[in-house]
Write a protein that binds this ligand. Sequence first.
Ligand SMILES: CC(C)(COP(=O)(O)OP(=O)(O)OC[C@H]1O[C@@H](n2cnc3c(N)ncnc32)[C@H](O)[C@@H]1OP(=O)(O)O)[C@@H](O)C(=O)NCCC(=O)NCCS
Length: 169
Amino acid sequence: MMNIRCETLLDYPAIAEVNTLAFQGETEAKLIKKIRSSDRYIPELSLVVEIESKVIAHILYSYIDLVDKETLPVLGLAPLAVHPEFQKQGIGSTLVKASLEIADTRGEAIVIILGHPAFYTRFGFQPSINYQIESPFPVPDEFFMAKTLSSYDKQYQGKVVYPPAFNGV
Ligand SMILES: CC(C)(COP(=O)(O)OP(=O)(O)OC[C@H]1O[C@@H](n2cnc3c(N)ncnc32)[C@H](O)[C@@H]1OP(=O)(O)O)[C@@H](O)C(=O)NCCC(=O)NCCS
């Protein structure tokens, strides 16, 4: 039986381990730590999947900026990790769908992701440029994606700016 819930303090070591194993390095675990101690952290959108009380997957959304005439906070999805022994069983997909529903219910307008289009387009992500949203990185358009939620309107456009927690990622 798989359970999705918010992270608690007790989960921090297990979340770091899942990320280190999934990404084969500590960059993402460090990013999570930096986001948690920043003002962009959203406790309700740091979710774990547990099976038999063991954390086997984690997803984190935090606020990043969308800058045009004004600056709007929007959700950045990063990172998402499934323990290698549990990958390709639908767990990552289930976690993305469940978390997007929570984000929608909170009234968030849009989610930004730098990720693999083959995975994220299945949840309705599109190249962000389709919404006049520009990436801060020189990446091919299809890797920098956005998914609009119920509260989206056309004021959500401009250039994405990542907060200092993301420096060095
Ligand atoms: C990417 C990840 C989160 C997906 O979770 P998962 O539980 O394995 O995914 P699911 O089982 O729900 O879906 C797997 C599908 O996504 C595809 N997929 C997974 N990772 C992919 C990748 N990097 N590129 C392209 N497709 C990918 C699989 O081929 C599979 O496709 P299928 O359903 O047609 O067979 C997980 O594999 C992981 O933690 N990978 C290492 C860390 C990482 O790269 N995170 C992504 C950050 S953007």
